[in-house]
Design a binder for this molecule. Structure first.
Ligand SMILES: *[C@@H]1O[C@H](CO)[C@@H](O)[C@H](O)[C@H]1NC(C)=O
Ligand SMILES: *[C@@H]1O[C@H](CO)[C@@H](O)[C@H](O)[C@H]1NC(C)=O
Ligand SMILES: *[C@@H]1O[C@H](CO)[C@@H](O)[C@H](O)[C@H]1NC(C)=O
Ligand SMILES: *[C@@H]1O[C@H](CO)[C@@H](O)[C@H](O)[C@H]1NC(C)=O
Ligand SMILES: *[C@@H]1O[C@H](CO)[C@@H](O)[C@H](O)[C@H]1NC(C)=O
Length: 444
């Protein structure tokens, strides 16, 4: 007992003595420590929390997407292979549905061919009545950065019996010729078709093996109408802020719509009901001149404006929103309407395929889906909030710091054909479409 008290006392004395002896260095040290902690905290709030918040914001909207999302870890050296692998995860899900619905047959491919060979693709039909890639070099077709370099493309029809792939464009098919063909079942019949709504059951008599089209379940689907790519040099926060400042002021609180096809009626109805609550400048042959401008829509000069004209572009770059309404609800049918809007700096208001379809390929938090709103009034109110509140407006453009979009064929085709070459090199399945018509019409 005594020993313990004694030892405690001794310890206390030593401790106090020690403190007393080093009091000034200690005060200095504590001061320095507080100072460092303060600096550290500030730096952390400025840099780390900002990045974490952005990361969370981006990841929150990025389950099941094709493009890379770990861009905030300064990892923007992304290989195309990344897109192929992510796409294949989603393809697997969609293929399972297609197989269950007996639209597609997928079996293991047993082949005893060496893996290091090259693959020949024959342009077997024209594409919209014209030869498509016949005078292109391999690099132009498959792209400069395609990691697979062993695919060749030809239009020389004498190769019809010795190519791996016969590429056939749906609009240019000659059914009679196909019917009389003696088929080599190791040769892949590849159907190219970018439209969903051509109900033609007679196409089911031909069992195509692969497709190149907009559906994720297709053997080549990346970049059918557009794609989200990683910016080589991300925008700094200053660059982003000055872009937002400029656009927020320059663009009117209104939506633009160009429509050349009066079908479906549902789409026109939506426009008619929405224009009662929100400013829309609308053009196209289905819009009568007294409907071109609704409410207090700005810059009412041209009531005749053509799609993809400079006049249209002018409206698109002066308005905050664009009605990127698809003509169909078909699965994955997302066209240049979305991509062009994004490329020209407006926020697309989308309808047609489900939100999940858009989420997979559109940049994070980049669009407004009309299915998310129970009434046009509610949608109009939201549009008003976004157009008048800078911090809300900014949220829909945040992706622009890290991503760009491609929407022109010249940029997209190399991705499409590189994916085809990837598929040829990695495929381990025997595939054919048992009911390709149904497959195209999914959710149409
Ligand atoms: C960068 O991303 C690629 C693909 O997303 C990944 O394979 C690679 O490991 C990443 N590198 C680093 C340093 O995180
Ligand atoms: C391809 O094979 C078919 C029959 O097997 C034959 O009729 C045709 O002439 C061949 N084509 C070429 C270019 O050799
Ligand atoms: C536009 O004019 C047509 C007749 O020309 C009329 O039926 C329609 O109701 C008018 N629309 C509006 C919004 O005034
Ligand atoms: C703008 O929106 C934000 C939410 O993003 C909200 O916190 C803020 O109060 C809004 N500002 C105004 C002026 O309404
Ligand atoms: C291509 O489809 C046909 C038609 O059913 C099938 O018999 C053949 O095995 C398929 N070939 C490949 C390589 O997938």
């Amino acid at each position: 007992m005594e020993k313990r008290i004694h030892s405690k006392k001794t310890h206390n004395l030593t401790y106090r003595h020690y403190l007393y002896h080093f009091k000034w260095p200690l005060v200095g040290f504590i001061f320095l420590l507080s100072f460092l902690t303060f600096i550290q905290m500030n730096l952390t709030t400025i840099f780390v929390s900002n990045t974490i918040q952005e990361q969370q914001q981006i990841e929150q909207f990025n389950r099941n997407v094709i493009y890379p999302i770990d861009i905030l870890n300064n990892n923007n050296s992304v290989n195309i292979n990344y897109y192929f692998l992510e796409k294949d995860k989603l393809k697997f899900i969609d293929d399972t549905h297609a197989v269950n619905k007996k639209q597609k047959i997928i079996l293991p491919l047993i082949k005893d061919q060496s893996t290091s060979k090259s693959y020949l693709i024959l342009e077997y039909t024209h594409v919209f009545g014209q030869p498509r890639f016949c005078s292109h070099t391999n690099e132009q077709i498959f792209g400069k950065i395609c990691p697979y370099t062993n695919c060749e493309y030809t239009c020389d029809q004498t190769h019809e019996n010795d190519t791996h792939v016969l590429l056939m464009h749906k609009r240019d098919l000659n059914y009679k010729k196909l019917n009389s063909m003696k088929r080599n079942f190791e040769q892949i019949w590849l159907l190219w078709h970018d439209e969903p709504n051509e109900n033609s059951p007679q196409i089911n008599q031909f069992k195509f093996n692969w497709t190149i089209t907009y559906r994720t379940s297709a053997e080549a689907s990346i970049g059918a109408y557009g794609m989200t790519i990683v910016k080589e040099n991300p925008w700094s926060i200053e660059q982003f802020n000055s872009w937002i400042d400029e656009q927020f002021i320059k663009r009117h609180n209104q939506a633009v719509w160009f429509v050349s096809n009066c079908q479906p009626q549902k789409r026109l109805k939506k426009f008619h009901s929405l224009r009662r609550f929100y400013s829309i400048a609308a053009f196209g042959k289905c819009i009568s001149s007294n409907e071109s401008f609704s409410l207090n829509a700005q810059s009412q000069s041209d009531s005749k404006c053509h799609r993809q004209s400079s006049c249209e572009k002018n409206y698109l770059t002066k308005s905050k929103f664009y009605l990127a309404f698809e003509s169909q609800t078909c699965t994955d049918y997302i066209t240049e309407k979305l991509w062009r809007t994004l490329a020209l700096g407006a926020i697309p208001i989308v309808s047609g395929p489900e939100r999940e379809n858009f989420m997979r390929i559109a940049p994070p938090h980049s669009f407004i889906h009309i299915d998310d709103y129970t009434s046009d009034k509610q949608l109009a109110q939201t549009l008003n909030f976004i157009a008048t509140n800078r911090s809300l407006y900014e949220k829909y453009h945040h992706w622009r710091r890290y991503y760009d979009v491609y929407h022109e064929a010249k940029d997209l085709d190399p991705y499409r054909f590189c994916e085809l070459c990837y598929r040829l090199n990695t495929n381990k399945q025997r595939i054919w479409y048992e009911n390709i018509n149904d497959w195209f019409l999914d959710k149409c």
